[in-house]
Design a protein around this ligand. Sequence first.
Ligand code: BGC
Length: 765
Amino acid sequence: MKDYLVKDNWRIIEDQYHAEYNQISESIFSIGNGQMGQRANFEESYTGNTLQGNYIGGVYYPDKTRVGWWKNGYPEYFAKVPNACDWIGIRILLDQEEVNLATSDIKNFYRELDMKRGLLTRKVEFLTPKGRHISIESRRFCSMADDEIGAIEYKVKSFNYSGGLALVSSLDFDVKNSNANYDEKFWDEDQQMSSSEAIYVTAKTRKTDFLCTANMNHTLLIKGGKSDYYFDYGNGEKYVEVFISGEIVPDGEWVYHKYVNISSSRNHTNEELQVTALAKSRAAKAQGFKSLLNDHINAWSKIWDTADIVIKDDVTAQQGIRFNIFQLYQTYTGKDSRLNIGPKGFTGEKYGGSTYWDTEAYCLPFYLSTTDESVARNLLIYRHNQLDRAIENAEKLGFSNGAALYPMVTMNGEECHNEWEITFEEIHRNGAIAYAIYDYIKYTGDKDYLASHGAEVLVAIARFWAQRVNFSEAKQQYVILGVTGPNEYENNVNNNWYTNYIASWCMEYAAESLAYIEGNHNEVYGKIISKINFSNSELEKWSDIRSKMYLPKDESRGIFLQQDGFLDKDILPVTDLSMVDVPINQKWSWDRILRSCYIKQADVLQGIYFFVDKFDPKDIRRNYEFYEPLTVHESSLSPCVHSILATKLGMNDKAYEMYLRTSRLDLDDYNNDTEDGCHITSMAGTWLAIVRGFAGMSVEDDRLSFTPRLPQQWAEVSFKTNFRGQLIELIMRKDNNEVKNHSYRPIKVILNKIEIIVEPVAVTI
Ligand code: BGC
């Protein structure tokens, strides 16, 4: 755990130079706008510890699969989000001496991420090895108002140095991924220009042919001394630069503004790409830094209006939750249904920017509440658009008749993960995709979605389960063999309770959905049935499987069994582990992990969390008390589920402890891995822990319901939620709770099991 960042309600601040934590800070101070993003690398040269990272949403490279032993069925590639154009480069030359903070004597250092305004600022004052006393002040952002624009304000000041100064401002596509399987580069140059006419470089991803371009424009103002300066243009492979030289005097300052347009053939035709990008980078320069920044701040302010959670008088918690909300919106804004939420967003290479079940299981409710419902719908549409690929994926594995297995990891609908125990066996992900449709409809009431899109996906998923089960003569029940549950510390197990339960539920929900469409959209029903070639005998089959599904249990303990044989293990609580053994995924051999009883993340409890209303509180408690002590929470997705269930069970201290673990996971580098990037998808879990946990928000019979349980450590917490066109605010206090209606119509809300009618608060139009 680290504790080097200053606590502040709206800002993340590093007020001293920590070379040893630079890569962690680069992740934490990342900026993005849903379309592109970048790590908080320094603009100037830096030979210290750094991971260069610029990413463009939806652009990927199919890195050839590398495994020790090839298994039939493995995908050919593992999708990587390529490190894209490094557009921030501004080298500083003082005569021949190049500024490099790693070799300088740092006098003052200040880095700030202003989350309210989405602005990254850095101020540093230092002595170069030649004793030149200089300061740099930079501000930059990826515009939320125009998601193809990034801008930098870069000030260089001299305290004692008089002489030549040059800024070398560049666009560099000649970059690599640190996680490339074969150390190869992912980009080929397409075209470039570096002249007084235009400065740009365009490159194409190898194999996938995404054409991406970076165009820049700039201005320079020299304060003090001679104000003349000269431009020289240079280039290299996939690289362009402009060399701006002049002189600086003590107390003199150069103020440089760089405006960059980053766009890709995902959003423009190849023919218009360059012309549009050039025009937009010129327009950005004409608009100017201040005005662009204003538009950007206004866009953020609209997001914060509905997405913020205010925690009074606890700056540590406040900073934590805002950081999570901020990073989620930097990663995904919902404007584009072809994009999704990579577990590291735009903050690192790991997990390849690809889509996991994390989106459906964790992120969807966040977007459902904090913005327009079209955003969550876009997340569902993403999977709907990939249905054909999911059917192909299942066919490759021997399934037929329109059965779909959604990939564990994907960029374009194809599976691109290659660990057999996950690719082939972690099939529970199919359940989360169906659950997301249910969750969305329950919240929005948009049942029409079933007829327009949902049913096809649900039937294809149900068909998969119906083929994946087999009837055990010995048990006279249906079983599901050879799976990995959410707890990835068990592989190839039989009858993972969570998987069997959700499989059965998927068949039930698909059947109900078809019945709903038949009853309410009869004209569409016929079309769907013939399109997917559906026969009623499938309904009978699903019903038979559901009624005879084997769900392992231990009657004497009154718990569901994570899988067959779980109780044969040595059942020892995590508290018995010595500190030298944890995290077990770094300290123990894989076989030892598999043999142990230790659980990576919620598994049985994940199922109980999803379907909490279907279980008796006593069952929930028994399962929680049995499984939580065996859980090492080595997935960032784990503590939030436990926090929510603990709140439900009135285990307030546990709930708060689990909440803290999720909310500052990256800020405090809890798992020692923030340098790879931030845990974006689990940030939605932090939000869930407050909204579905402490506030107990749910939907009951089409009404919003709250059962607030404010942790005693907090005095007041408030948040807003969009619900069916109305904006509702809950304020939880120690001794009372208040619901405000920021809309125009009264709304019925259930507060602590009592229905109340909330009149609109005065709204100014
Ligand atoms: C978790 C998975 C998750 C993945 C990406 C893994 O460590 O076990 O459940 O989908 O990370 O976040």
